[in-house]
Structures are given as C-alpha cells and as structure tokens.
Ligand binder design. Structure first.
Ligand SMILES: NC(=O)c1ccc[n+]([C@@H]2O[C@H](COP(=O)([O-])OP(=O)(O)OC[C@H]3O[C@@H](n4cnc5c(N)ncnc54)[C@H](O)[C@@H]3O)[C@@H](O)[C@H]2O)c1
Length: 279
C-alpha cells in the first residue's frame, strides 16, 4: 500500500495513517506516550514489551483504539522472541513501516549500592545486563524487524538514546546523596550503551539507504518522574530551559522521524534535551 497520499485522519501535517509502528518498551513511561501519539496520528501500534501480560495489556490499552493496538510479549535480547514478535505483527498487519527502539534498562536510583557505587567496582554482571538490553536488544530488533522492512523496501527506525550517551552524566547532581553518606555515582553502563546506538544508527543509515529504510537517533533529556526534590533542583539549574521534560514532549520528534516530513533525514541525531548539551 502506498501511504504517501493517504487520508488526513490524525495529526495534520504528520499523518501516519495505516502505518504499522513497533514500539519496543511500549509499556514504559515514554513508550505509553509514544503509543497514544501514534494512535492519534492514525498509526497501528505494536506494543512490544517484556512486561506484556493479559493484565498489563488491558490496563494500558488506549480506549477507542482496540483494533489498532497489538500487545506483544517479547524479550528483545532473545532472537527467537523478536522473531516471534515480528511473526505476530506481520500476520496481523504485514511488515511494519516503523520501529522505535525504546526498550532499555537503567539502574534505578534505589538499585543496590554496588550498582550505583564507584566505577572501579561497578559489577560486570550489571554491565552485561544493561548492554544486553540497550545495545544488543536494539541490534536484534534492527536485524529482525529492520531486516524485514529493508526487504519490503521502506521503513523508518528510531533508536532512542540519551544525553548520557553523548556527554558524561554530571555527577555533581548526585552530590546530595554522597553528602548523606551514600557512595552514589550515576553508573557507566547506561552511558556506554546509549553511545553505542549513535553509531549503530549511522552504520545502518548508510547500509540501508539504498533499500529505502531511514535510521535516526533521538537524544533525550531527563523526564520528570517524581524525582527527589534535591535532584530536581540541581537538574533545573543545569538545563537551559530550567526543567525536566514532560513525558509527552518527545512525541513530536518521534512522529516527525517516522513520517514523510523527515523523508530526507537519515543517520542523524534529533536532540531534544532542553538545551542540556548546548553549554
Ligand atoms: N525517562 C528518561 O528520563 C529518559 C531520558 C533519556 C532517554 N530515555 C530513554 O527513553 C527510553 C524509554 O525510557 P522510559 O523512561 O520510558 O523507560 P521505562 O523504564 O519506563 O520503560 C522501559 C520499558 O522497556 C521494557 N523492557 C526492559 N527490558 C526489556 C526487554 N529485554 N525486552 C523488551 N522490553 C523490555 C520494560 O518492561 C519497560 O516497559 C529508553 O530508551 C531510555 O533510555 C529516557
């Protein structure tokens, strides 16, 4: 089906009418926002997540869009699981038109002390776990789902990176934790994994350009999620726009990169960080 001249249901200048978009980590904080925005832009959304169950699917189904959402339980670190996800999606809607590689692991602020401790003792097992989801999981999703898109001769892939994949975490933001006796440092694995995506993006953008698949990265700043007020105070001071992002503030960039509005863009980085990396 040719989607370039389809109807105008959805978000005006960025229509995704009828396009099939896979969102990995679709049950997470940003994945849920991406899903809602895609549905209202007219897309059909495959919510691919490790945490999909009958219960989470009914809890997170967007009302009014039952036919346009497919919840797929999948572990992106397992090729067989990703193959199974693609089979389910393709059986329902055909080969996807878009893939948002959004699933990721980060050490939560309340992770065990060694996970958030000094670099010198950062556990190898934590490094492996984070790399497995954040880097290998994206590699596998690109290989399996992106590969099918390349065979179909069209598609758009977004790899979701972070400011911490471009610059180092500012460890001074966590000083308040060290002052109260913890040995807290934002860990290394997340940063390294998010950097890896930037060159995976460039590699695949050039590799798949002749096959009509565009590949771009989104570099996102921190999202408000009821963080500790002392963290927020430091973060607000550190970012030119003076605040963290709302969870819906990345939807515009995501729709742009998936739609034909970005048809001449590949191998690029869309930075949405409130100005964090501007100074
Ligand atoms: N939230 C932020 O402040 C922020 C900032 C910059 C970048 N990002 C990036 O945005 C993306 C989304 O972040 P978020 O805050 O919504 O994360 P989140 O933790 O809320 O959601 C991540 C989702 O990924 C799923 N997941 C984890 N491992 C998986 C696996 N092996 N297979 C399939 N699914 C798996 C989880 O079940 C979860 O639903 C991530 O790539 C993150 O690095 C987030």
């Amino acid at each position: 089906m040719d989607h370039t001249d389809e109807g105008t249901r959805g978000s005006g200048s960025l229509p995704l009418d009828g396009r099939v978009i896979v969102v990995t980590g679709g049950l997470g904080q940003l994945g849920r926002e991406f899903t809602k925005a895609l549905l209202s832009a007219g897309a059909r959304v495959a919510v691919v997540d490790l945490a999909v169950t009958a219960e989470t699917a009914s809890q997170h189904g967007v009302p009014g869009y039952a036919d346009d959402q497919l919840f797929v339980q999948c572990d992106v670190t397992r090729r067989r699981s990703v193959n199974g996800a693609l089979e389910q999606i393709a059986a329902r809607w055909g080969v996807p038109h878009g893939l948002v590689n959004n699933a990721a692991l980060d050490s939560p602020p309340d992770a065990s002390a060694d996970e958030n401790g000094p670099f010198e003792s950062f556990p190898e097992s934590s490094w492996d776990r984070v790399m497995e989801v954040n880097a290998k999981g994206v590699f596998l999703a690109c290989q399996v789902i992106g590969g099918a898109m390349a065979q179909a001769g069209r598609g758009s892939i977004i790899n979701v990176s972070s400011i911490y994949g471009v610059v180092s975490p500012d460890q001074s933001l966590y000083e308040y934790r060290r002052q109260r006796g913890e040995t807290f440092f934002k860990p290394v694995a997340y940063s390294a994994s998010k950097s890896a995506l930037l060159n995976l993006t460039r590699y695949l953008a050039t590799y798949w350009a002749p096959r009509g698949v565009r590949v771009n990265s989104m570099i996102l700043g921190g999202v408000f999620n009821n963080q500790d007020p002392r963290f927020l105070e430091g973060y607000h001071r550190r970012v030119p726009l003076g605040r963290m992002a709302r969870p819906d503030e990345y939807n515009g960039g995501m729709l742009f990169l998936l739609s034909d509005a970005s048809s001449y863009m590949t191998g690029a980085e869309l930075v949405m960080d409130g100005g964090w990396t501007a100074w």
